[in-house]
Design a protein around this ligand. Sequence first.
Ligand SMILES: [Zn+2]
Length: 598
Amino acid sequence: MDMPFLGQRIPCSQIVYWYKKFDAAVSCYWLRDKSSFKKNPVFLLVKRYGHPWKNGQRFSTPADESQILGCPFLEPCGGGGGDGEVSTKRAKLSTGASTGAGSEDRLSALPDDILVLILRCLSTCGATQTSVLSRRWRRVWALVPTLCFRYTPDTRQIGPALEAHETALLRLSVLTRDAAPDSVSAWLAVAARRLSGSLLFHNTVVREWGAQEGDEEEAAQKGAFELPCLERATEVSLHLGFLVLAVPPAGVFARLCELYLSSIRFHSPGLLGDAVSWPRCPCLQKLNVLDARGLDNLSIHTDSLRQVELTVLRGLRQLNIVAPALEELKVAHCYFYSRRSQPVANSTAPQLATLRWMDPYDPSSVHLGEMRHLRLLKPFFFVVYGDDSSTHNQSCLSLLRRFKVIEHLILTLIYLSDIDDYQYVMEDMTMLPNITILHLNIFANKHAFGTSAFHVLRMCSGIRKLMLAFLARTYVEAQTACPPGCICGEHQNWETEHLLLNHLKEVEITRMRGYEHEVTFVKQLLIWGTALEKVTVFFDESVTESVAKALSLVLRSFPRPEIKRADRRRLPHEWGLWKGKNEASFPRKICGEAALNP
Ligand SMILES: [Zn+2]
Protein backbone atom coordinates (compact mmCIF):
# COMPACT_ATOMS: atom_id res chain seq x y z
CA MET A 1 0.00 0.00 0.00
CA ASP A 2 1.28 3.47 -0.87
CA MET A 3 1.57 6.25 1.61
CA PRO A 4 -1.96 7.33 2.55
CA PHE A 5 -3.11 10.93 2.32
CA LEU A 6 -5.78 13.02 3.93
CA GLY A 7 -9.19 12.46 2.39
CA GLN A 8 -8.21 9.07 1.01
CA ARG A 9 -10.48 6.09 1.58
CA ILE A 10 -8.62 3.05 2.88
CA PRO A 11 -9.50 -0.39 4.14
CA CYS A 12 -8.84 -0.05 7.82
CA SER A 13 -8.40 -3.01 10.09
CA GLN A 14 -7.06 -1.75 13.38
CA ILE A 15 -8.93 0.80 15.41
CA VAL A 16 -7.03 2.15 18.38
CA TYR A 17 -9.61 4.46 19.83
CA TRP A 18 -13.04 5.74 18.84
CA TYR A 19 -13.75 9.38 19.51
CA LYS A 20 -17.45 10.07 19.81
CA LYS A 21 -17.35 13.82 19.31
CA PHE A 22 -15.88 13.41 15.83
CA ASP A 23 -17.84 10.25 15.07
CA ALA A 24 -14.45 8.96 14.08
CA ALA A 25 -11.73 6.70 15.34
CA VAL A 26 -8.00 6.71 15.67
CA SER A 27 -6.50 3.95 13.62
CA CYS A 28 -3.00 2.68 13.09
CA TYR A 29 -1.30 2.42 9.72
CA TRP A 30 2.09 0.74 9.48
CA LEU A 31 4.48 2.66 7.31
CA ARG A 32 7.43 0.70 5.99
CA ASP A 33 10.73 2.54 6.00
CA LYS A 34 12.49 1.42 2.84
CA SER A 35 15.98 2.11 4.17
CA SER A 36 15.69 0.15 7.41
CA PHE A 37 12.78 -2.18 6.49
CA LYS A 38 11.23 -1.33 9.82
CA LYS A 39 7.56 -0.68 10.11
CA ASN A 40 6.67 2.51 11.92
CA PRO A 41 3.17 3.22 13.16
CA VAL A 42 1.35 6.23 11.76
CA PHE A 43 -1.82 7.15 13.53
CA LEU A 44 -4.78 8.31 11.49
CA LEU A 45 -8.10 9.83 12.43
CA VAL A 46 -10.53 7.95 10.26
CA LYS A 47 -14.24 8.05 9.54
CA ARG A 48 -15.68 4.65 9.06
CA TYR A 49 -18.13 3.55 6.40
CA GLY A 50 -20.08 0.34 6.19
CA HIS A 51 -21.03 -0.16 9.84
CA PRO A 52 -21.91 2.39 12.48
CA TRP A 53 -19.51 2.81 15.38
CA LYS A 54 -20.22 0.85 18.47
CA ASN A 55 -20.92 2.87 21.52
CA GLY A 56 -17.85 1.85 23.45
CA GLN A 57 -14.35 2.93 24.27
CA ARG A 58 -11.43 0.92 22.97
CA PHE A 59 -12.15 -1.78 20.46
CA SER A 60 -10.50 -3.38 17.47
CA THR A 61 -13.40 -4.32 15.23
CA PRO A 62 -12.33 -4.44 11.60
CA ALA A 63 -13.79 -1.59 9.57
CA ASP A 64 -14.93 -2.05 6.01
CA GLU A 65 -13.64 1.19 4.66
CA SER A 66 -12.48 4.37 6.31
CA GLN A 67 -11.64 7.86 5.19
CA ILE A 68 -8.59 9.55 6.62
CA LEU A 69 -9.63 12.72 8.40
CA GLY A 70 -6.43 13.66 10.04
CA CYS A 71 -2.82 12.80 10.58
CA PRO A 72 -0.08 15.25 11.46
CA PHE A 73 2.35 13.53 9.13
CA LEU A 74 0.39 13.47 5.89
CA GLU A 75 -0.12 15.89 3.07
CA PRO A 76 -3.73 17.03 2.66
CA CYS A 77 -5.06 15.30 -0.40
CA GLY A 78 -4.20 13.34 -3.49
CA GLY A 79 -0.44 13.35 -3.23
CA GLY A 80 0.34 10.04 -1.52
CA GLY A 81 3.62 9.00 -3.02
CA GLY A 82 4.73 6.18 -0.77
CA ASP A 83 8.32 7.30 -0.40
CA GLY A 84 8.18 6.71 3.33
CA GLU A 85 9.67 10.02 4.31
CA VAL A 86 7.48 11.25 7.11
CA SER A 87 9.28 14.55 7.56
CA THR A 88 8.72 15.69 3.98
CA LYS A 89 5.04 14.85 4.21
CA ARG A 90 4.77 16.91 7.34
CA ALA A 91 6.49 19.78 5.64
CA LYS A 92 3.96 19.71 2.83
CA LEU A 93 1.13 19.71 5.35
CA SER A 94 2.52 22.76 7.06
CA THR A 95 2.39 24.77 3.85
CA GLY A 96 -1.31 25.04 4.49
CA ALA A 97 -2.70 23.81 1.20
CA SER A 98 -6.44 23.56 1.52
CA THR A 99 -8.16 21.22 -0.82
CA GLY A 100 -11.52 20.37 0.63
CA ALA A 101 -12.86 18.17 3.36
CA GLY A 102 -9.67 16.18 3.83
CA SER A 103 -7.38 19.14 4.31
CA GLU A 104 -7.84 19.71 8.01
CA ASP A 105 -5.61 17.76 10.38
CA ARG A 106 -8.28 16.89 12.85
CA LEU A 107 -6.06 14.38 14.66
CA SER A 108 -4.10 17.25 16.16
CA ALA A 109 -7.38 18.76 17.29
CA LEU A 110 -8.08 15.84 19.61
CA PRO A 111 -7.79 16.52 23.33
CA ASP A 112 -4.66 15.62 25.24
CA ASP A 113 -6.01 12.48 26.83
CA ILE A 114 -6.75 10.95 23.42
CA LEU A 115 -3.37 11.92 22.02
CA VAL A 116 -1.70 10.40 25.09
CA LEU A 117 -3.50 7.14 24.38
CA ILE A 118 -2.11 7.24 20.86
CA LEU A 119 1.44 7.97 21.98
CA ARG A 120 1.30 5.09 24.47
CA CYS A 121 1.31 2.84 21.42
CA LEU A 122 4.65 4.31 20.29
CA SER A 123 8.12 3.80 21.71
CA THR A 124 9.24 6.58 24.03
CA CYS A 125 11.73 7.64 21.37
CA GLY A 126 8.92 7.87 18.80
CA ALA A 127 6.66 9.67 21.25
CA THR A 128 9.26 12.32 22.06
CA GLN A 129 9.90 12.83 18.34
CA THR A 130 6.30 13.96 17.86
CA SER A 131 7.23 17.09 19.83
CA VAL A 132 8.73 18.53 16.63
CA LEU A 133 5.46 18.28 14.71
CA SER A 134 4.02 21.52 15.97
CA ARG A 135 3.55 23.57 19.08
CA ARG A 136 0.40 21.56 19.69
CA TRP A 137 2.42 18.34 19.98
CA ARG A 138 5.38 19.72 21.88
CA ARG A 139 4.32 18.59 25.37
CA VAL A 140 2.02 15.71 24.60
CA TRP A 141 4.73 13.05 25.05
CA ALA A 142 5.43 14.37 28.56
CA LEU A 143 1.91 13.38 29.57
CA VAL A 144 2.39 9.72 28.67
CA PRO A 145 2.48 7.78 31.97
CA THR A 146 4.76 4.98 30.72
CA LEU A 147 8.26 5.52 29.36
CA CYS A 148 10.61 3.00 27.82
CA PHE A 149 14.20 3.81 26.85
CA ARG A 150 15.51 0.96 24.71
CA TYR A 151 19.26 1.06 24.21
CA THR A 152 19.36 4.84 23.99
CA PRO A 153 22.75 5.70 22.41
CA ASP A 154 23.41 8.43 24.98
CA THR A 155 22.04 7.43 28.38
CA ARG A 156 22.76 10.97 29.62
CA GLN A 157 19.54 11.97 27.86
CA ILE A 158 17.42 9.79 30.13
CA GLY A 159 17.73 11.97 33.23
CA PRO A 160 16.72 15.25 31.51
CA ALA A 161 13.87 13.44 29.75
CA LEU A 162 12.58 12.24 33.12
CA GLU A 163 12.94 15.76 34.51
CA ALA A 164 10.89 17.14 31.62
CA HIS A 165 8.18 14.55 32.10
CA GLU A 166 5.06 16.18 33.52
CA THR A 167 2.68 13.53 34.77
CA ALA A 168 2.78 10.63 37.23
CA LEU A 169 5.23 8.06 35.88
CA LEU A 170 3.54 4.68 36.28
CA ARG A 171 6.06 2.55 34.46
CA LEU A 172 9.68 3.19 33.52
CA SER A 173 11.74 0.73 31.50
CA VAL A 174 15.40 1.33 30.73
CA LEU A 175 17.39 -1.12 28.62
CA THR A 176 21.12 -0.54 28.23
CA ARG A 177 24.29 -2.27 27.07
CA ASP A 178 27.45 -2.14 29.20
CA ALA A 179 26.12 0.73 31.29
CA ALA A 180 28.54 2.67 33.48
CA PRO A 181 27.61 3.05 37.17
CA ASP A 182 27.78 6.85 36.94
CA SER A 183 25.25 7.01 34.13
CA VAL A 184 22.89 4.69 36.00
CA SER A 185 23.16 6.80 39.16
CA ALA A 186 22.30 9.92 37.20
CA TRP A 187 18.97 8.82 35.75
CA LEU A 188 18.05 6.60 38.69
CA ALA A 189 18.21 9.57 41.05
CA VAL A 190 15.65 11.41 38.89
CA ALA A 191 13.54 8.28 38.54
CA ALA A 192 13.37 7.95 42.32
CA ARG A 193 11.62 11.32 42.49
CA ARG A 194 9.31 10.81 39.53
CA LEU A 195 8.33 7.15 39.63
CA SER A 196 4.99 6.11 41.12
CA GLY A 197 4.78 2.58 39.76
CA SER A 198 7.11 -0.03 38.33
CA LEU A 199 10.74 0.20 37.29
CA LEU A 200 12.50 -2.21 34.95
CA PHE A 201 16.23 -1.77 34.36
CA HIS A 202 17.99 -4.37 32.24
CA ASN A 203 21.69 -3.91 31.56
CA THR A 204 23.09 -6.35 29.04
CA VAL A 205 26.77 -7.13 29.09
CA VAL A 206 28.16 -7.88 25.66
CA ARG A 207 30.68 -10.63 26.20
CA GLU A 208 32.46 -13.30 24.32
CA TRP A 209 31.50 -16.88 24.88
CA GLY A 210 33.01 -18.30 28.09
CA ALA A 211 34.30 -14.93 29.32
CA GLN A 212 31.75 -14.62 32.12
CA GLU A 213 34.04 -14.58 35.16
CA GLY A 214 36.44 -12.07 33.64
CA ASP A 215 33.63 -9.79 32.62
CA GLU A 216 32.14 -9.92 36.09
CA GLU A 217 35.45 -8.76 37.53
CA GLU A 218 35.65 -6.05 34.93
CA ALA A 219 32.16 -4.87 35.80
CA ALA A 220 33.08 -4.86 39.49
CA GLN A 221 36.06 -2.62 38.87
CA LYS A 222 33.85 0.04 37.31
CA GLY A 223 32.63 0.91 40.80
CA ALA A 224 29.28 0.79 42.50
CA PHE A 225 26.11 2.80 42.15
CA GLU A 226 23.73 3.35 45.02
CA LEU A 227 20.13 2.36 44.76
CA PRO A 228 18.10 5.39 45.82
CA CYS A 229 15.09 4.84 48.03
CA LEU A 230 12.31 4.54 45.50
CA GLU A 231 9.68 5.71 47.91
CA ARG A 232 6.68 5.47 45.60
CA ALA A 233 7.79 2.56 43.43
CA THR A 234 5.59 -0.52 43.64
CA GLU A 235 7.65 -2.98 41.56
CA VAL A 236 11.39 -2.86 40.92
CA SER A 237 13.18 -5.24 38.59
CA LEU A 238 16.93 -4.81 38.17
CA HIS A 239 18.99 -7.02 35.87
CA LEU A 240 22.41 -5.44 36.21
CA GLY A 241 24.87 -7.49 34.18
CA PHE A 242 26.96 -7.68 37.39
CA LEU A 243 27.19 -3.97 37.97
CA VAL A 244 27.93 -3.40 41.65
CA LEU A 245 24.94 -2.29 43.66
CA ALA A 246 25.20 -0.41 46.92
CA VAL A 247 22.04 -0.85 48.94
CA PRO A 248 21.22 2.35 50.88
CA PRO A 249 21.84 2.00 54.64
CA ALA A 250 18.76 4.07 55.47
CA GLY A 251 15.49 5.18 53.92
CA VAL A 252 12.15 3.56 53.28
CA PHE A 253 10.73 1.76 50.25
CA ALA A 254 7.27 2.65 51.41
CA ARG A 255 5.13 1.15 48.61
CA LEU A 256 7.41 -1.53 47.19
CA CYS A 257 5.49 -4.81 46.73
CA GLU A 258 7.78 -6.77 44.40
CA LEU A 259 11.57 -6.71 44.13
CA TYR A 260 13.46 -8.70 41.52
CA LEU A 261 17.26 -8.55 41.40
CA SER A 262 19.38 -10.54 38.98
CA SER A 263 23.01 -10.81 37.80
CA ILE A 264 24.08 -8.48 40.53
CA ARG A 265 27.08 -7.92 42.75
CA PHE A 266 26.48 -6.41 46.16
CA HIS A 267 28.79 -3.75 47.52
CA SER A 268 27.66 -3.99 51.16
CA PRO A 269 26.20 -7.47 51.41
CA GLY A 270 24.68 -7.18 54.88
CA LEU A 271 22.46 -4.28 53.92
CA LEU A 272 20.07 -6.05 51.57
CA GLY A 273 18.32 -7.95 54.35
CA ASP A 274 17.83 -4.77 56.34
CA ALA A 275 16.50 -2.88 53.32
CA VAL A 276 13.86 -5.50 52.49
CA SER A 277 12.81 -6.05 56.10
CA TRP A 278 10.31 -4.29 58.27
CA PRO A 279 10.08 -1.31 58.82
CA ARG A 280 12.06 -0.14 55.76
CA CYS A 281 10.05 -2.17 53.27
CA PRO A 282 6.64 -2.62 54.90
CA CYS A 283 4.65 -3.74 51.82
CA LEU A 284 7.09 -6.15 50.16
CA GLN A 285 5.32 -9.37 49.16
CA LYS A 286 7.68 -10.90 46.59
CA LEU A 287 11.46 -11.00 46.74
CA ASN A 288 13.44 -12.70 44.00
CA VAL A 289 17.24 -12.63 43.90
CA LEU A 290 18.88 -14.53 41.06
CA ASP A 291 22.54 -14.96 40.24
CA ALA A 292 24.14 -12.71 42.82
CA ARG A 293 27.65 -12.31 44.13
CA GLY A 294 28.93 -10.97 47.42
CA LEU A 295 25.89 -11.84 49.49
CA ASP A 296 27.33 -14.03 52.22
CA ASN A 297 24.75 -13.22 54.87
CA LEU A 298 21.07 -12.51 54.29
CA SER A 299 18.81 -11.83 57.23
CA ILE A 300 15.17 -10.91 56.62
CA HIS A 301 12.54 -10.01 59.19
CA THR A 302 9.21 -9.18 57.64
CA ASP A 303 5.49 -9.42 58.21
CA SER A 304 4.55 -8.81 54.60
CA LEU A 305 6.61 -11.21 52.48
CA ARG A 306 4.67 -14.06 50.90
CA GLN A 307 7.14 -15.32 48.34
CA VAL A 308 10.95 -15.53 48.45
CA GLU A 309 13.12 -17.01 45.71
CA LEU A 310 16.89 -17.12 46.12
CA THR A 311 18.74 -18.73 43.23
CA VAL A 312 22.50 -19.00 42.71
CA LEU A 313 23.61 -16.62 45.44
CA ARG A 314 27.25 -17.63 45.15
CA GLY A 315 29.04 -17.44 48.48
CA LEU A 316 25.96 -17.44 50.69
CA ARG A 317 26.92 -18.77 54.12
CA GLN A 318 24.01 -17.87 56.32
CA LEU A 319 20.34 -17.25 55.72
CA ASN A 320 17.87 -16.09 58.36
CA ILE A 321 14.20 -15.57 57.58
CA VAL A 322 11.50 -14.61 60.03
CA ALA A 323 8.35 -14.20 57.95
CA PRO A 324 5.03 -15.15 59.53
CA ALA A 325 3.10 -14.66 56.25
CA LEU A 326 5.58 -16.43 53.97
CA GLU A 327 3.88 -19.02 51.76
CA GLU A 328 6.54 -19.89 49.19
CA LEU A 329 10.28 -20.30 49.70
CA LYS A 330 12.79 -21.35 47.09
CA VAL A 331 16.50 -21.69 47.83
CA ALA A 332 18.41 -23.13 44.88
CA HIS A 333 22.15 -23.51 44.32
CA CYS A 334 23.11 -20.92 46.91
CA TYR A 335 25.20 -23.07 49.27
CA PHE A 336 25.97 -25.53 46.49
CA TYR A 337 29.03 -23.62 45.28
CA SER A 338 30.56 -23.37 48.78
CA ARG A 339 31.17 -27.08 49.05
CA ARG A 340 33.57 -26.86 51.96
CA SER A 341 31.36 -24.82 54.23
CA GLN A 342 28.32 -26.02 56.11
CA PRO A 343 24.99 -24.56 54.98
CA VAL A 344 23.54 -22.45 57.79
CA ALA A 345 19.93 -21.36 57.72
CA ASN A 346 17.20 -20.48 60.18
CA SER A 347 13.68 -20.02 58.97
CA THR A 348 10.51 -19.22 60.86
CA ALA A 349 7.67 -19.35 58.37
CA PRO A 350 4.73 -21.20 59.91
CA GLN A 351 2.41 -20.53 56.95
CA LEU A 352 4.80 -22.00 54.40
CA ALA A 353 2.91 -24.00 51.76
CA THR A 354 5.64 -24.46 49.15
CA LEU A 355 9.28 -25.28 49.86
CA ARG A 356 11.87 -25.73 47.13
CA TRP A 357 15.16 -26.44 48.88
CA MET A 358 17.40 -27.36 45.97
CA ASP A 359 20.60 -27.03 47.94
CA PRO A 360 22.64 -28.92 50.51
CA TYR A 361 20.50 -29.67 53.54
CA ASP A 362 21.90 -30.68 56.89
CA PRO A 363 19.33 -30.80 59.71
CA SER A 364 22.02 -29.93 62.24
CA SER A 365 22.62 -26.50 60.69
CA VAL A 366 19.58 -25.85 58.50
CA HIS A 367 16.60 -25.18 60.74
CA LEU A 368 13.43 -24.70 58.74
CA GLY A 369 11.05 -24.66 61.70
CA GLU A 370 7.50 -25.93 61.84
CA MET A 371 5.84 -26.26 58.44
CA ARG A 372 2.42 -27.68 59.24
CA HIS A 373 0.80 -26.20 56.14
CA LEU A 374 3.39 -27.41 53.66
CA ARG A 375 1.77 -28.87 50.54
CA LEU A 376 4.53 -28.87 47.95
CA LEU A 377 8.12 -29.99 48.50
CA LYS A 378 11.03 -30.03 46.09
CA PRO A 379 14.25 -31.33 47.65
CA PHE A 380 17.73 -31.41 46.11
CA PHE A 381 18.25 -33.79 43.18
CA PHE A 382 19.16 -37.43 43.66
CA VAL A 383 22.08 -38.93 41.70
CA VAL A 384 21.16 -42.50 40.72
CA TYR A 385 24.73 -43.69 40.16
CA GLY A 386 27.03 -42.06 42.72
CA ASP A 387 29.47 -42.66 45.53
CA ASP A 388 29.78 -41.87 49.21
CA SER A 389 30.86 -38.32 48.48
CA SER A 390 27.49 -37.43 46.96
CA THR A 391 26.08 -34.82 49.34
CA HIS A 392 23.09 -34.22 47.09
CA ASN A 393 21.58 -37.57 47.90
CA GLN A 394 21.94 -37.16 51.66
CA SER A 395 20.44 -33.69 51.43
CA CYS A 396 17.51 -35.04 49.44
CA LEU A 397 16.88 -37.98 51.76
CA SER A 398 17.31 -35.95 54.95
CA LEU A 399 14.70 -33.44 53.88
CA LEU A 400 12.29 -36.17 52.73
CA ARG A 401 12.57 -37.85 56.13
CA ARG A 402 11.14 -34.75 57.78
CA PHE A 403 7.69 -35.36 56.32
CA LYS A 404 5.19 -38.16 56.67
CA VAL A 405 2.65 -36.64 54.31
CA ILE A 406 3.21 -34.26 51.38
CA GLU A 407 0.44 -33.52 48.91
CA HIS A 408 2.77 -32.70 46.02
CA LEU A 409 6.36 -33.92 45.79
CA ILE A 410 8.78 -32.87 43.04
CA LEU A 411 11.62 -35.36 42.80
CA THR A 412 14.54 -35.13 40.38
CA LEU A 413 16.63 -38.17 39.44
CA ILE A 414 19.90 -37.52 37.67
CA TYR A 415 22.17 -39.82 35.73
CA LEU A 416 25.72 -38.58 35.14
CA SER A 417 26.85 -39.05 31.56
CA ASP A 418 29.63 -41.52 32.44
CA ILE A 419 28.48 -43.82 35.22
CA ASP A 420 30.87 -46.77 34.84
CA ASP A 421 32.93 -45.78 37.90
CA TYR A 422 29.92 -45.29 40.16
CA GLN A 423 27.52 -47.50 42.06
CA TYR A 424 23.78 -47.82 41.81
CA VAL A 425 22.70 -45.99 44.98
CA MET A 426 18.97 -45.76 44.37
CA GLU A 427 18.38 -48.27 47.14
CA ASP A 428 19.54 -45.67 49.66
CA MET A 429 16.09 -44.20 49.13
CA THR A 430 14.03 -46.44 51.37
CA MET A 431 10.92 -44.39 52.03
CA LEU A 432 8.92 -41.47 50.75
CA PRO A 433 6.22 -39.40 52.41
CA ASN A 434 2.61 -40.22 51.66
CA ILE A 435 2.11 -38.40 48.33
CA THR A 436 -0.97 -37.49 46.27
CA ILE A 437 0.79 -35.87 43.31
CA LEU A 438 4.25 -36.96 42.21
CA HIS A 439 6.21 -34.78 39.84
CA LEU A 440 9.13 -36.96 38.73
CA ASN A 441 11.91 -35.25 36.76
CA ILE A 442 14.32 -37.64 35.10
CA PHE A 443 17.59 -36.44 33.65
CA ALA A 444 18.61 -39.77 32.13
CA ASN A 445 21.54 -38.67 30.00
CA LYS A 446 20.48 -41.38 27.52
CA HIS A 447 20.77 -44.17 30.12
CA ALA A 448 18.10 -46.73 30.88
CA PHE A 449 16.22 -45.08 33.74
CA GLY A 450 13.37 -47.57 34.21
CA THR A 451 14.83 -49.15 37.35
CA SER A 452 15.14 -45.92 39.31
CA ALA A 453 11.74 -44.60 38.24
CA PHE A 454 10.16 -47.94 39.12
CA HIS A 455 11.91 -47.81 42.51
CA VAL A 456 10.28 -44.45 43.24
CA LEU A 457 6.81 -45.45 42.03
CA ARG A 458 6.89 -48.61 44.13
CA MET A 459 7.30 -46.47 47.26
CA CYS A 460 4.36 -44.21 46.45
CA SER A 461 1.81 -46.52 44.87
CA GLY A 462 -1.06 -44.45 46.34
CA ILE A 463 -0.48 -41.44 44.06
CA ARG A 464 -3.44 -40.04 42.12
CA LYS A 465 -1.50 -37.96 39.61
CA LEU A 466 1.91 -38.48 38.05
CA MET A 467 3.76 -35.78 36.15
CA LEU A 468 6.74 -37.32 34.40
CA ALA A 469 9.28 -34.96 32.80
CA PHE A 470 12.20 -36.16 30.71
CA LEU A 471 14.90 -33.53 31.19
CA ALA A 472 17.79 -33.18 28.77
CA ARG A 473 20.45 -30.80 27.67
CA THR A 474 19.17 -28.23 25.28
CA TYR A 475 21.53 -28.93 22.40
CA VAL A 476 20.62 -31.53 19.83
CA GLU A 477 21.90 -34.93 20.81
CA ALA A 478 23.38 -37.15 18.16
CA GLN A 479 23.01 -40.35 20.14
CA THR A 480 19.78 -41.71 21.47
CA ALA A 481 21.26 -44.34 23.78
CA CYS A 482 24.30 -44.85 26.00
CA PRO A 483 27.22 -47.01 24.78
CA PRO A 484 26.76 -50.82 24.59
CA GLY A 485 27.73 -52.56 27.81
CA CYS A 486 26.87 -49.54 29.99
CA ILE A 487 26.14 -50.56 33.57
CA CYS A 488 22.69 -48.95 33.43
CA GLY A 489 21.55 -52.11 31.65
CA GLU A 490 22.37 -54.29 34.66
CA HIS A 491 19.18 -53.50 36.52
CA GLN A 492 16.35 -54.30 34.16
CA ASN A 493 14.26 -56.65 36.31
CA TRP A 494 11.66 -53.96 36.80
CA GLU A 495 10.04 -54.74 33.47
CA THR A 496 8.81 -58.08 34.76
CA GLU A 497 7.96 -57.01 38.31
CA HIS A 498 4.41 -56.43 39.41
CA LEU A 499 3.24 -52.96 40.41
CA LEU A 500 -0.30 -51.81 41.01
CA LEU A 501 -1.03 -48.09 40.81
CA ASN A 502 -4.74 -48.43 41.29
CA HIS A 503 -5.28 -44.88 42.61
CA LEU A 504 -3.56 -43.29 39.67
CA LYS A 505 -6.11 -41.32 37.63
CA GLU A 506 -3.99 -38.99 35.57
CA VAL A 507 -0.57 -39.08 33.94
CA GLU A 508 1.12 -36.15 32.24
CA ILE A 509 4.36 -36.78 30.37
CA THR A 510 6.45 -33.86 29.14
CA ARG A 511 9.41 -33.54 26.78
CA MET A 512 9.12 -37.07 25.47
CA ARG A 513 11.54 -37.72 22.61
CA GLY A 514 10.54 -41.25 21.83
CA TYR A 515 13.74 -42.97 22.95
CA GLU A 516 13.38 -46.69 23.47
CA HIS A 517 13.73 -46.38 27.26
CA GLU A 518 11.00 -43.77 27.37
CA VAL A 519 8.56 -45.77 25.26
CA THR A 520 9.21 -48.94 27.28
CA PHE A 521 8.54 -47.13 30.54
CA VAL A 522 5.34 -45.49 29.33
CA LYS A 523 4.10 -48.86 28.11
CA GLN A 524 4.61 -50.36 31.58
CA LEU A 525 3.03 -47.33 33.21
CA LEU A 526 -0.17 -47.87 31.24
CA ILE A 527 -0.27 -51.45 32.51
CA TRP A 528 0.34 -50.51 36.17
CA GLY A 529 -2.25 -47.73 36.15
CA THR A 530 -5.38 -49.85 36.18
CA ALA A 531 -7.64 -46.90 37.06
CA LEU A 532 -6.13 -44.38 34.63
CA GLU A 533 -8.60 -41.95 33.13
CA LYS A 534 -6.39 -39.49 31.35
CA VAL A 535 -2.92 -39.64 29.85
CA THR A 536 -1.39 -36.61 28.18
CA VAL A 537 1.92 -36.66 26.34
CA PHE A 538 3.80 -33.49 25.40
CA PHE A 539 6.58 -34.22 22.97
CA ASP A 540 9.88 -32.38 23.12
CA GLU A 541 10.38 -29.43 20.79
CA SER A 542 13.02 -31.39 18.89
CA VAL A 543 10.48 -34.01 17.83
CA THR A 544 9.36 -33.40 14.27
CA GLU A 545 5.75 -33.54 13.22
CA SER A 546 6.18 -36.83 11.39
CA VAL A 547 8.00 -38.45 14.33
CA ALA A 548 5.31 -37.19 16.67
CA LYS A 549 2.65 -38.84 14.53
CA ALA A 550 4.56 -42.10 14.44
CA LEU A 551 5.12 -42.02 18.21
CA SER A 552 1.49 -41.31 18.82
CA LEU A 553 0.56 -44.39 16.79
CA VAL A 554 3.02 -46.48 18.80
CA LEU A 555 1.55 -45.27 22.09
CA ARG A 556 -1.96 -46.02 20.91
CA SER A 557 -0.91 -49.50 19.88
CA PHE A 558 -0.17 -50.61 23.43
CA PRO A 559 -2.47 -53.41 24.53
CA ARG A 560 -4.91 -51.34 26.52
CA PRO A 561 -8.36 -51.58 25.02
CA GLU A 562 -9.51 -48.48 26.94
CA ILE A 563 -7.30 -46.17 24.87
CA LYS A 564 -9.70 -44.77 22.38
CA ARG A 565 -8.08 -41.89 20.65
CA ALA A 566 -4.96 -39.88 20.15
CA ASP A 567 -5.85 -36.31 19.39
CA ARG A 568 -3.83 -33.46 18.19
CA ARG A 569 -3.98 -30.56 20.61
CA ARG A 570 -3.71 -26.87 19.98
CA LEU A 571 0.03 -26.50 20.47
CA PRO A 572 2.51 -28.22 18.17
CA HIS A 573 4.04 -31.45 19.44
CA GLU A 574 1.39 -31.99 22.05
CA TRP A 575 -0.61 -35.14 21.80
CA GLY A 576 -3.16 -36.44 24.21
CA LEU A 577 -4.28 -39.94 24.95
CA TRP A 578 -7.49 -40.44 26.82
CA LYS A 579 -8.79 -43.62 28.15
CA GLY A 580 -11.48 -44.73 30.48
CA LYS A 581 -15.13 -44.05 30.90
CA ASN A 582 -14.90 -40.27 31.36
CA GLU A 583 -13.59 -39.43 27.96
CA ALA A 584 -16.72 -37.64 26.81
CA SER A 585 -16.64 -35.30 29.78
CA PHE A 586 -13.31 -33.71 28.89
CA PRO A 587 -13.66 -30.16 27.68
CA ARG A 588 -13.80 -29.82 23.95
CA LYS A 589 -11.00 -27.28 23.83
CA ILE A 590 -8.58 -29.89 25.13
CA CYS A 591 -9.65 -32.54 22.70
CA GLY A 592 -9.18 -30.27 19.67
CA GLU A 593 -9.09 -31.74 16.19
CA ALA A 594 -9.16 -35.49 15.99
CA ALA A 595 -6.41 -35.46 13.42
CA LEU A 596 -5.11 -38.91 14.18
CA ASN A 597 -8.33 -40.78 14.54
CA PRO A 598 -8.28 -43.95 12.48
ZN1 LIG B 1 23.77 -46.32 30.27
